[in-house]
Design a binder for this molecule. Structure first.
Ligand SMILES: Nc1ncnc2c1ncn2[C@@H]1O[C@H](COP(=O)(O)OP(=O)(O)OP(=O)(O)O)[C@@H](O)[C@H]1O
Length: 307
């Protein structure tokens, strides 16, 4: 069975306002799945529905191939999660916090606690009070707590939020290690492409409460296209000449003075020669490779990086 999470037309409305609409999400066994979207897009709300913290207005959730709702929460035993921010008893030690958690969930196993602390490299400071932990250490302790019961799926809401670059790298390494070495599937969220790009195998793009795309990073990397970018003050005439003289069929005016030419057979030298012969001034002509950033900005913000 390959699907860990599947949702069908998942909707959440609060006070008549729809904040998540018709989400069809698929998380597969063994992958790191990233929900990417700007603040307020609906990522946390989706995660809360998937972990039983709030009830969907309509739609269906399948968890480990079985229907999951308020009357059937069995699947949650196989899930660990940190939604929003991990809360601890600050005056107690890391070890004491995990012990309390184990008692609470009815899974007391000191070895499992030690293993979880080993996993996140906090074993050596298990007797330190949480109030003396950095945010990165608290996030790691949160993951240890989520991992004690050896879940098959861990759900992390914005795990790198507020962390410094070292904390971000530690978190990324930890998620990857738990995924590879322990086979744990991850669903995580972020509003920062560069971060999610380095962690996730597949990405679900969330925009205004909708899942607008679900795509593997390997696929996007293959789809990246090269193009020539021409900067000139005479865009209209340049387009006319490119289409009529060089038979360009795939070009796009991206700004008042900027054209992108995607036709693979047309070279910068051909364009320069043509425009110079027609007395059109070329301010710049350069070859570019479409980036992941271009791809996702198109998905998230309809192409405008400045929104
Ligand atoms: N209980 C609620 N009542 C009213 N509006 C809500 C409620 N919960 C969430 N919202 C709104 O729904 C939208 C989505 O919120 P959500 O927290 O899911 O977004 P997000 O993508 O996780 O963003 P962030 O990263 O800022 O948390 C936001 O506009 C938020 O203000």
């Amino acid at each position: 069975m390959n699907a860990i999470i599947q949702t069908h037309d998942l909707v959440k409305a609060v006070k008549g306002k729809t904040i998540v609409s018709n989400v069809n999400l698929n998380v597969r066994k063994g992958e790191i799945y990233g929900l990417l979207g700007p603040n307020g897009a609906g990522k946390t709300t989706i995660m809360k529905m998937l972990t039983g913290l709030i009830i969907p207005t309509s739609g269906e959730i399948m968890l480990f191939g079985k229907k999951f709702d308020e009357t059937a929460k069995e699947g949650l035993k196989r899930v660990g999660s940190i939604i929003e921010y991990p809360i601890f008893y600050e005056h107690l030690t890391a070890m004491e916090n995990l012990q309390i958690h184990c008692e609470y969930v009815g899974f007391y196993d000191k070895r499992a606690i030690h293993q979880a602390l080993d996993m996140v490299q906090l074993r050596s400071i298990e007797d330190k009070r949480v109030k003396d932990f950095s945010l990165g250490m608290k996030q790691r302790l949160g993951i240890a707590r989520a991992a004690i019961t050896r879940p098959e799926l861990i759900v992390l809401d914005e795990p790198t939020n507020g962390l410094d670059p070292i904390g971000i790298k530690d978190m990324r390494d930890l998620v990857r290690t738990l995924n590879k070495e322990y086979g744990i599937t991850f669903l995580l969220s972020s509003h920062i492409l560069a971060e999610i790009e380095q962690m996730a195998d597949r990405i679900g793009v969330v925009r205004q409460g909708q899942l607008v795309d679900e795509v593997s990073l390997a696929e996007i990397r293959q789809q990246r296209t090269d193009y020539l970018e021409l900067v000139t003050s005479n865009v209209q005439r340049s387009v006319f000449l490119l289409e009529h003289e060089l038979r360009a069929t795939n070009l796009k005016i991206v700004q008042d003075n900027k054209i992108r030419i995607y036709d693979a057979g047309i070279t910068a030298a051909q364009i320069s020669k043509l425009l110079v012969s027609q007395d059109i001034e070329i301010e710049e002509i350069q070859k570019h490779t479409g980036t992941l950033e271009d791809y996702f900005y198109n998905q998230i913000q309809g192409g405008d990086k400045h929104v």
